[in-house]
Design a protein around this ligand. Structure first.
Ligand SMILES: [Zn+2]
Length: 222
């Protein structure tokens, strides 16, 4: 099953800009990663995103997940990889601990304003998401959007879909599907993060998976 994401154009950008300004002054250690919930994300930059924009976007997404109590390790992958070891690490796919993000120029078959899509199976698990860079560039040109911030928020939203399962759009927070003018208030801007319940679900999913794989590896020991 495919979860489609259609982001509102104008208000979304304004919200993101404000969110970035508003939240950047806060201590990122808030909601600290206390229980070692963590995941790895292989990133395939097929859209030619400038390195600094990509790094800042990843940093922004990391900040959003950090507030949810989750640490993200980014693997910036190239094909072909420089070494077999890097290639092996990049190709590894383990739900939910090792996910894959592909950034392409634009979607095939989705509306022009769609900025991302996550791919999930019927049981609500999925390891792959695509981000569409051209609509983000268009927003930068038309509304002065901060590309890195936009990229980071869309990345966090799509990874959120993968961790939260099907039907994971919410009425508030970063998992909202759309933004409207009514949501352009200070209070709404502060909600451009994962909700408490979402954070808890994602953390539990990751911690459970880590516990299971640790037990499995201990079981394999001679
Ligand atoms: Zn969505």
């Amino acid at each position: 099953m495919i979860t489609k994401t259609f982001w509102g154009w104008f208000w979304f950008v304004v919200v993101l800009t404000l969110a970035s300004t508003n939240l950047s002054g806060k201590d990122p250690r808030m909601g600290a990663v206390s229980e070692n919930a963590q995941m790895t994300v292989s990133v395939y930059n097929e859209a030619g995103v400038p390195v600094d924009v990509l790094r800042r976007g990843e940093h922004e997404a990391s900040r959003i997940f950090y507030r949810a109590g989750i640490a993200v390790h980014w693997l910036n992958c190239k094909v072909p990889a420089p070494t077999e070891e890097i290639s092996r690490r990049c190709r590894e796919v383990v739900f939910p601990e090792h996910l894959h993000l592909r950034i392409v120029r634009k979607s095939v078959g989705l509306k022009g304003e769609a900025m991302g899509i996550s791919f999930q199976t019927d049981d609500g698990s999925g390891c792959y998401a695509d981000l569409f860079y051209e609509p983000m560039e268009d927003l930068q040109k038309s509304d002065g959007a901060d590309l890195a911030s936009l990229l980071g928020h869309v990345a966090a939203h799509e990874i959120g879909h993968l961790l939260l399962g099907t039907n994971s759009h919410a009425a508030a927070g970063i998992m909202q599907a759309h933004w409207t003018s009514q949501e352009l208030t200070d209070a709404a801007v502060n909600r451009m993060v994962f909700l408490k319940e979402e954070s808890q679900r994602m953390k539990e999913r990751l911690l459970t998976a880590t516990r299971v794989s640790r037990e499995n590896s201990m079981g394999d020991a001679p």
